[in-house]
Write a protein that binds this ligand. Sequence first.
Ligand SMILES: N[C@@H](CCC(=O)N[C@@H](CS)C(=O)NCC(=O)O)C(=O)O
Length: 227
Amino acid sequence: MSKPRLTYFAGRGFAEVTRLALNAAQIEYDDVYLRTREEFLQLITDGKLMFKQVPLLEIDGKNLIGSECVLRYVCNKAKLQGKSDDDQSKIEMLSMGARDMLKGGFSGAKFQATPEKEEEMLQSAAKQCKDRYLPVFEKVLGENKSGFLVGDSLTMADLMFFDGLSYVNEIPKIKSLLDDFPNCKAFIVHFSSQPGIKEYLASPRRHPPPNDEYVRGVRKVLNPPSS
Ligand SMILES: N[C@@H](CCC(=O)N[C@@H](CS)C(=O)NCC(=O)O)C(=O)O
C-alpha cells in the first residue's frame, strides 16, 4: 500500500483533525502543502476534488474529500470509534459539539476583513465556548474518569475536541478561559501525551494557529486574481 497523502495548506484548518487521527493511529503519511493556485487547479483538472475543495486524502486508492468524511474513514480504519452503539452515539454528539465550538471562529477569525471583525469573531467564539461547550466537556470528563471523553481509549470525539481546545490554549488572549475548566486543562495534558500524538505535537509538522502570512498564502491559492 502506498503512503497516504494529505493535501491542504501548511496550516491546521480543516485538515488538522485528520492529521491528529493519522498520528494517533500511527499511520505514516505525507503532507502535501498547496502553495500556488496552479497546484490547486491541477487537482481539479485531475478530477481529485469532488467539490473543488480541500482537504484531500489519497488513501487505499481513493480520493477522499470532506474533512469529516476523511476523518471518519481514518477513525474507522484505526478503530478509533465506539465499542458499542451507545458509545458511538456519544462520540457523534460530542464530536458535533466540538466541531461547532471550533467553527464558532477560532480558526476563522484571522480570515476576517478587518482587525475589528477579527476581534469580534474571536470574542464571540470565546463566549460560546465558555457558556455552551466547555461546561459540557468538563462534566463528561469528570464523569468518565479515563481521561478520554468516551470509554477507556482515544476516539474521534477526543480528536475533534482537542483540535478546538488547542486553539483556546494557544491563543493568549483567550487562554484564561480554561481556568474555570480544570478537567479540560487536564485533558490537554493527557491527550498530548498519547503515543503518536506526543511525537507529532513536538514536530515541525504541527502548525501554529493561523497568522497573517498563512492567511495570505491561502488567499493566493483560493482567490483567482481579479481581471
Ligand atoms: N465541507 C468541506 C469544506 C472544505 C473547504 O471549504 N475547503 C476550502 C479550503 S479551507 C476550499 O477548498 N475552498 C475552495 C472553494 O470553496 O472554492 C470540508 O469539510 O472539507
